[in-house]
Design a protein. Sequence first.
Length: 254
Amino acid sequence: MDNSKLNFGVDGDSITAGNQWSFHVFQKLGFASHHNVAVGSAVWYKRTFTTPDGSVTTQNYDDPDFAGISDGWLDTDDLHELQKRANNCAVVHIQRFLTDVRDGIARRPDVFAFAMGTNDDISCLGDPDKALTGKSLENNENIDLFTEAGAMRWCIQTISENFPDARIFVLTPIQAADPKHNAKIEKQISDIFTMITGAMSVRLVDCFHNSGICEKFEVEGGEGRYLRDGLHPKENGQALEGAFAAVEIGSHLY
């Protein structure tokens, strides 16, 4: 099929930021454009950070005093930096994406892919049944944007409402070298990803079980077969995940 007129939008964290797996998908499927708003250290949901000097909560991208977005992760009590970290979530990324399209920085997507969850805390998963209650996002108190379930539903539905012809895909995180980290991802997939994507009728791409990146061949904190540090893919890992995602996305576009 000819994909040369299709535009590709992407959101994610450090495994997606820049020209990694999604750029391989863009090239392999021959899309017209690739607009990626992924930022390292991102999570799905809004957050509040508290220090002895005060607290900060995720802003909206169009707030007049919007502080920006930071991919920082080292310990700090600097409230300005923490504000930017609190803003580093899929909810704000999607607000930014909509602004980029409105301002002509990005094209309207025909295909959109989310790849989030690696950094999400197990305590913030939320209740998927509650998050899926009701039809509208507006004035829906069941959609808690401070949980993975609520934020995932909001992000998927927001993209779909703004771009009703776009095909939406949600990629699970890949395996890491740390078995405890992988157990956390497995729980997210079973408890949240499968339920939200199924209910929202979008395609779930299971990179965790099917991409070819496997914990057994990776080294915690060091270089393994496909990961440079036990978590982030090297170039061959990016290409491998991209090749798998390209097959999954390409096979379900039409």
